[in-house]
Design a protein around this ligand. Sequence first.
Ligand SMILES: Nc1ncnc2c1ncn2[C@@H]1O[C@H](COP(=O)(O)OP(=O)(O)OP(=O)(O)O)[C@@H](O)[C@H]1O
Ligand SMILES: [Mg+2]
Length: 354
Amino acid sequence: TVYTCILLISWVGAHMIVASGNNAALGLTTGNLTSMLAYCMNILMNLMMLSMVFVMITMSMASARRIAEVLNEKPDITNPEDPDFDVPDGSIEFKNVTFRYNSKSEKPILENINVKIKSGETIGIIGGTGSAKSSLVNLISRLYDIEEQAVKDGEEPIESYVSIGGKDVRSYDLETVRQEVSVVLQSNVLFTGSILDNLRWGNPEATDEECIRVCKLACADEFIERMPDKYNTHIEQGGTNVSGGQKQRLCIARALLKNPKILILDDSTSAVDTVTDAKIRKAFREEIPDTTKIIIAQRISSVQDADRIIVMDDGKINEIGTHDYLKDNNEIYREVYLQQTNDNGDFDKNGGEM
Ligand SMILES: Nc1ncnc2c1ncn2[C@@H]1O[C@H](COP(=O)(O)OP(=O)(O)OP(=O)(O)O)[C@@H](O)[C@H]1O
Ligand SMILES: [Mg+2]
């Protein structure tokens, strides 16, 4: 429309100028035509803006609808009617646990898991990628609910639950469970703010001394002390100004600040060097003996001194045992163990062949 108008005005205007000759009194001059074009352009531009407003309104209406949809979403996991606020101890039990993320999918992610963990025990979990290690521990803090077992006609219903301290996780108040079960997730985030601010996400009321104590436990104090502003060092959005291993140690410290009954580390020392990793585990053993510790790791060295190790394979528990037992008797564990010990240095043997 804009360009048609310009063409039309120029064409008609030009004809009028030619028809009037050089006699300005009779008709249009070139100057008049130019100003007319400028005015028309102004009007047309504003009309265009007006139509843009309508486009914007339609777009924002669609966005508003999406936001409302998210805000109105009802969570599947809800508090029970009469919630329990007291977690007696850090014992955990999985009984006949089957779990799917999508109820329609055929193969369950976790199948028939049965395991009892005593309070204060250290449990290692090892298994290939996608063997549902994270899914298993996410059930403890009730990030997901387990599947109810279908009852067939005439058969006794099969009891299935995940329990903490002898009581079903579904009977607890959600916030209580999340407070008592501290999870350091596989992918962690730090926020903009000082180190102390970041730690206090775990417990807003923690004193400076408590923060320093947990940093010592997580072996984070040694690098914090070397920073110019120590505990007040500013952390950039997403923790970009600390290294991967430093970030993991800060996240472990943050989880410890909650004083949980159960501590879950999901591959949380993968970027920490083995010496520091061992120091952290030693500190855990000595300083928080009553906390149940569940350590998911890819490195055998991270789990080998655990009381028991669970070997996961494709959503099932392959075997549970101590390091010495599994090393000699479990196929999967032995393979990983040999790969990580004897075969070290294989990269160089072939003279860099790829
Ligand atoms: N939120 C999710 N929604 C749907 N499927 C999922 C979800 N999270 C994981 N899965 C599926 O569940 C299976 C187990 O995943 P899980 O994250 O538990 O494995 P993992 O043992 O922790 O692996 P890794 O060692 O890589 O962390 C995978 O096949 C994955 O595709
Ligand atoms: Mg995982």
